[in-house]
Design a protein around this ligand. Structure first.
Ligand code: HGY
Ligand code: MN
Ligand code: MN
Ligand code: MN
Length: 416
């Protein structure tokens, strides 16, 4: 795979959803599910499928597929976990607000180019190969990550999903209907899952473990357990000037304590915790807040450390809320247990790639959701600065082309 082929296809998709820069800050990408950029990306996906003669499908949850059917399906390894079935590869289109260009789309572009490579090599398939684009992986609009793959695998109640709202109060059901979808059909897709023999997700590395390494591609061992929790701090709105300090019930105070406590509990326990999103009512310069709503994202190498962070955090903030005479509620929005990828598939791929590094990740992925149902593996493409979920996310064309070649080798090994 030469970098020119990568760059040509990348240039087609890269401008879609690019946000204007503001105040000198590069704008990054705003690609929320069921908004115009997403619909443009879906059209792009459909065009790629047609261009290659692949069978295009949209499932009941809004996930997209492009299928390269095998002329004559054969059982390759009878003792494989799923001796029949397709090899699916792909990722997601959606981004966090002002996120990077590569997180998600790189896996989809690389999948189409890997299929091009196999077709150019005259590959004869013994298993179908599918390319997938899962919807709402970031949860950037409706708040629950990996929503498309969770719906497909039955990991979230369709009724709950339909009612999820975006910051403007638009429900997923309304957004899907507006885009021509049928939200009443949302739900598990066991027949589709049963037709899969493996799922391989290529993704830009989030972090810089590969920086300085010989290999531009690594293979994932695990995804850290992680979750996101909604926190509501309540107090009494009042005048910023005339309310004496002892008379205040200021939720912003408890919120500020919580942000520092999250960092402290994570550092002590050996994980990470972030508060990156906050909403304040009435959000006025000259009024003490009545309510602060914020979200905690916490992650750790194992479940015990994650529980330690959460327990320490909740008890410290609850105690502080008492002292501030403010209210504090915390509720889980999504919790993802540790994912340990299929070791035999992982080692087979690492061997195929000449001993590629095998590394864990603290980032969640659709592969983490699929892995509970199908042998699943992840390939990471080197990210020299390690930046992700921000406009500075980058990868070299050479490394991306190497990622395509690696994915093509994996698909050839599993499906031909
Ligand atoms: O949040 C994550 O870990 C992933 O990038 N969606
Ligand atoms: Mn992401
Ligand atoms: Mn991603
Ligand atoms: Mn006034």
């Amino acid at each position: 795979m030469d970098t020119g082929e990568f760059r040509r296809l990348w240039n087609e998709i890269e401008p879609i959803g690019r946000a204007a820069s503001a105040g000198g800050e590069p704008g990054g990408y705003v690609r929320f599910s069921w908004t115009e950029p997403d619909l443009d990306l879906r059209t792009w996906f459909h065009t790629q499928a047609k261009r290659r003669g692949l069978r295009y499908e949209e499932d009941r949850n809004g996930n997209l597929y492009a299928w390269w059917d095998a002329e004559k399906e054969q059982v390759i390894d009878p003792d494989a976990p799923h001796p029949h079935g397709a090899v699916l590869t792909g990722s997601h289109f959606d981004s966090v607000p002002h996120g990077g260009a590569y997180d998600g789309p790189l896996g989809i572009v690389s999948a189409f180019l890997a299929v091009d490579q196999l077709k150019a090599d005259g590959a004869i398939l013994k298993r179908p190969i599918g390319i997938a684009a899962f919807t709402e992986e970031e949860g950037g609009r409706f708040g629950v990550p990996c929503l498309g793959s969770r719906l497909m695998t039955g990991a979230i109640d369709p009724g709950r999903a339909r009612a999820l709202t975006d910051p403007d109060g638009v429900t997923l059901a309304e957004a899907m209907s507006e885009a021509g979808g049928e939200p009443d059909l949302l739900g598990p897709d066991p027949e589709r899952l049963a037709r899969l023999a493996a799922f391989i997700e290529l993704h830009i590395e989030q972090g810089r473990a590969l920086d300085g390494s010989e290999s531009p591609v690594s293979v994932a061992t695990a995804i850290w357990p992680h979750g996101r929790w909604r926190m509501v701090f309540t107090g009494t709105a009042d005048h910023a000037g005339t309310t004496r300090l002892p008379d205040r019930r200021d939720p912003m105070l408890t919120f500020a304590f919580a942000v520092l406590a999250a960092r402290k509990e994570a550092r002590i326990a050996g994980g990470v915790a972030t508060v990156g999103r906050v909403e304040v009512e009435p959000n006025a310069t000259n009024a003490i807040a009545s309510t602060v709503t914020a979200w905690l994202d916490a992650r750790a190498p194992d479940e015990a450390v994650l529980s330690e962070i959460l327990e320490g955090f909740v008890s410290k903030v609850s105690e502080r809320a008492g002292r501030d005479s403010t209210g504090f509620e915390i509720s889980p929005e999504s919790e993802t247990p540790i994912v340990e990828f299929d070791a035999s598939l992982r080692d087979r791929i690492a061997g195929l790639l000449g001993g590629a590094p095998i590394l864990p990740t603290a980032a969640g992925h659709d592969a983490g959701v699929l892995s509970a149902h199908v042998p699943t593996a992840m390939l990471f493409v080197r990210n020299p600065h390690g930046i992700s979920h921000a406009p500075g996310e980058a990868a070299s064309d050479e490394d991306c082309a190497a990622g395509v070649a690696a994915l093509a080798a994996v698909l050839r090994d599993l499906a031909c």
